[in-house]
Write a protein that binds this ligand. Sequence first.
Ligand SMILES: NC(=O)c1ccc[n+]([C@@H]2O[C@H](COP(=O)([O-])OP(=O)(O)OC[C@H]3O[C@@H](n4cnc5c(N)ncnc54)[C@H](OP(=O)(O)O)[C@@H]3O)[C@@H](O)[C@H]2O)c1
Length: 281
Amino acid sequence: MRVFIVGATGVIARNLIPMLLARGDRVTALVRSPDRARSILGPHVDLIEGDLLTIDDEQLLGAMNGCDAVVHLATALGSGLSSEALDATAALRIAGTTKLLRAAAQGSVRRYVQQSIAFAYIDRGEDWIEEDTPIDTEGRIGPVIAEMESLVEESPLEWFILRGGVFVGPDTFQDTTVTRLRGGEERVPGSGEQWTSFIHVADYADAVAAALQSSASRAVLNVTAEPIRYRDYLACLAESLEVAPPLPEPGAPTPRSYRCSNAAASALLGWTPSRPIWPVA
Ligand SMILES: NC(=O)c1ccc[n+]([C@@H]2O[C@H](COP(=O)([O-])OP(=O)(O)OC[C@H]3O[C@@H](n4cnc5c(N)ncnc54)[C@H](OP(=O)(O)O)[C@@H]3O)[C@@H](O)[C@H]2O)c1
């Protein structure tokens, strides 16, 4: 299979691409800086220079020529959750997805995998969240996720939408949490009782690799590990680092609870998370 990837230098694709190459797939990547991409990805990925937001339709179609599948992993969240990063990510999720789906439907591509998130659901407290739980359409992220997913669902391609939990593992936000715990700066917001669904980024990459090969398609799936209460996550993380547990943050609101079930992904993809959500020494 030849796979066209956007977001090839990001944290997910750096785990995914070696898996695809190891099983004999070929990878073509749309990258903004070929020199930087070559140094990150090595010699075995075909690079096409281009920006998803400015490349024209004909160029994009040409870039995908001969590819069987498209994977959209591009975000602009590397610099955090600033207003600019959210706007740029919204553009990648709406305009970028529209462009990719349009080009993919015209050429050799049959399959399309879209990265999405499992923390845009409405707050369900103690209840388990399956994929038919509504997206919270308040705020800045939920409406973009809902629109992006609708675009994919309307496509005639064989699609998967993979709603990832909060990423942990090397080069994710967990690094910041570790630094803050070591520095004694981390606090437990609100009661800490809320459920959080994490996923190791390499397990997420496994799910993308499985979705590319699956005999099924046209499914929205939670790609999440066993949920954990946030205060327990921070306490266990502190223990694994042999540092003091974080103190509460008095008066802070309790963040949204999302206790996501990965049963559908398990059943459809034969996928289960296999890495611990704790940093490995
Ligand atoms: N589920 C989650 O928790 C979740 C989801 C996404 C991200 N994150 C977090 O966000 C942080 C960064 O993640 P990341 O490494 O995936 O994000 P990133 O560093 O922003 O990388 C995203 C990828 O998108 C590409 N890209 C961005 N804008 C583009 C454009 N206009 N055209 C083409 N490609 C474009 C980047 O390419 P360039 O090389 O050209 O920059 C890069 O390959 C991590 O801490 C991660 O954990 C978390």
